[in-house]
Design a binder for this molecule. Structure first.
Ligand SMILES: [Zn+2]
Ligand SMILES: [Zn+2]
Length: 197
């Protein structure tokens, strides 16, 4: 993602955040517990992309510009956003929900339909993303790159081996959810340390 795109994401206005907060009754769409947006974003809560940004990030260097722009618009649209707790955000990560799973979310049908609509509109890109993930997963013989334990395709998370190199297939690994949350915790600790210590 370019710097300009990252800035566009960070600039989500307080007004838009409030609209999202209200449409989900001020509760997290994953755990149904209240979210206080007065608490610090990025520590207590986060803006969640229900259809994950990972799809965009992994296809960014592959897709023609026209498709790239279309996908970016869909993923960052209000129709694909939610407010969730920081921990719920980490737990969900780049998991791609099915239509059935979206229907089980604790929000109004109106909001669920927006997510389902995004899922359908991004479907061809999701397939391309799964193709990359599948090749990496097969190459690793269905095992986590870090702990080497067997992991299911659906729950495995695709990550960069080297975060200084772009998201290209040769720099991709798939890891289990356990190893992924440990990676997140170490990153989270670093971020908290920087702010408070
Ligand atoms: Zn939550
Ligand atoms: Zn693992």
């Amino acid at each position: 993602m370019s710097d300009a795109d990252t800035r566009r994401l960070d600039r989500l206005s307080p007004n838009k955040i409030e609209i999202i907060h209200n449409r989900q009754n001020k509760k997290c769409i994953y755990c149904n517990r209240p979210i206080d947006i007065k608490l610090q974003r990025g520590i207590h809560w986060n803006v969640e992309h229900v259809i994950p940004r990972a799809i965009f990030k992994w296809l960014e260097n592959i897709l023609p510009k026209k498709d790239n722009d279309k996908l970016f618009k869909l993923i960052t649209s209000m129709d694909n956003l939610a407010l969730v707790h920081y921990k719920c955000n980490i737990r969900k990560d780049s998991y791609i929900p099915s239509e059935k799973e979206l229907k089980e979310l604790k929000v109004s049908t109106n909001v669920i339909n927006k997510y389902i609509d995004t899922l359908n509109k991004t479907n061809e890109y999701i397939q391309q993303y799964y193709d990359i993930k599948n090749r990496v997963y097969s190459k690793q013989k269905c095992k986590c790159f870090i702990c080497k334990k067997r992991t299911t395709f659906k729950s495995a998370v695709i990550r960069r081996k080297d975060s200084n190199i772009p998201r290209i297939e040769s720099n991709a690994m798939v890891i289990c959810t356990q190893c992924n949350s440990e990676l997140h915790i170490s990153k989270y600790k670093k971020r908290v340390d920087k702010r408070f210590i």
